[in-house]
Write a protein that binds this ligand. Structure first.
Ligand SMILES: Nc1ncnc2c1ncn2[C@@H]1O[C@H](COP(=O)(O)OP(=O)(O)OP(=O)(O)O)[C@@H](O)[C@H]1O
Length: 290
């Protein structure tokens, strides 16, 4: 790989609307036991191809579909068994550490469990400063931190609060502010409302939609929540058993979807009781074992 950090910056700093994620024929095989102990491979993702070309894409699927595996791949926490992942044209597997840090300026994660993702010994000021310091900024202007808090609807007095003293809703807003502070062009949200009560859930979804429009960011939303997917995203991709089973425009989703996984997700949407176990009972054994 000959690209320098400067080149990563140049390429990823074009316009926010040119930001792109592409999975090309990506498979991930897990081994529950080492191969020498007779461990058999399990296909968590199977030759998955997808692109984030529109402004927003939701990846939905039942438990065990491969959603977390997909996020781990995006952030370099796991390597694909085969296939290629590119972000803004750069092959994630080939980035040097320095290039990876530079790319973090452009793609940020909003986590599922806000409290688990915030250092409990840090104040909100430290939480928000950390990404900027990692990118080499020696001094972080107060105005930047205050702006990030205001953008997510929090009082700037929270800057001195310890992160473990935040409510779950406040902690999720701080996690969003931490993602925004580097002014990314792509946000990846991993079940961003799953730990929230209905009121906070509604407010956080509304906030994400507003921020995405205001900052012209692309959004990849990974979720069980079909309502959130339809509310926030232009396209919805349904994943099951590590495979893409349906990919539709959001506004045609209800009328055009036909795969049994999608229909099961729709049926379960109101009951919130959809589990892999129920799916297996309805549709037979899970079939990713190689
Ligand atoms: N480290 C691992 N070793 C073996 N199998 C794994 C490992 N991690 C995940 N898996 C399996 O891979 C499949 C996909 O898991 P993944 O966590 O990506 O699904 P998910 O869609 O995020 O599920 P959930 O919505 O329940 O979080 C599951 O069947 C899971 O049991």
């Amino acid at each position: 790989m000959t690209n320098t950090v400067t080149q990563v910056h140049r390429q990823t700093s074009q316009t926010h609307s040119s930001a792109q994620i592409a999975f090309n024929d990506v498979s991930v095989h897990y081994y529950t036991k080492p191969r020498w102990m007779g461990g058999q491979p399990f296909k968590a993702l199977q030759q998955l191809s997808l692109t984030l070309n529109t402004q927003s894409l939701a990846i939905v699927g039942p438990s065990g579909a491969g959603k977390s595996t997909l996020i781990e791949l995006l952030f370099g926490l796991r390597q694909p068994t085969s296939g290629q992942i590119t972000i803004c044209g750069y092959n994630v597997a080939e980035l040097t550490n320095t290039q990876r840090v530079a790319l973090c300026q452009h793609i940020q994660l909003i986590p599922q469990e806000p409290h688990a993702s915030l250092n409990p010994y840090y104040t909100v000021r430290q939480v928000l400063s950390e990404p900027l310091i990692s990118l080499g900024k020696s001094e972080v202007a107060d105005s930047r931190l205050q702006q990030a808090l205001e953008d997510v609807g929090l009082d700037i007095q929270l800057l001195e609060r310890n992160s473990k003293q935040l409510s779950v809703g406040q902690a999720q807003r701080v996690a969003i502010a931490r993602a925004l502070v580097v002014d990314p062009c792509i946000l990846v949200a991993d079940e961003p409302t799953s730990s929230l009560d209905p009121v906070n859930r509604k407010m956080i979804l509304q906030l994400l939609g507003e921020l995405q429009r205001k900052r012209n960011m692309k959004l990849m939303l990974v979720t069980h929540d079909l309502d959130a997917a339809q509310q926030l995203c232009d396209e919805i991709l349904v994943l099951d058993n590590g495979q893409k089973v349906e990919h539709l425009d959001s506004d045609k989703f209800l009328t055009d979807c036909h795969h049994h996984t999608t229909l099961a997700l729709l049926r379960a949407k109101d009951s919130h009781q959809y589990t892999r176990h129920q799916y297996t009972l309805t549709h037979g054994e899970v079939t990713n074992a190689i």
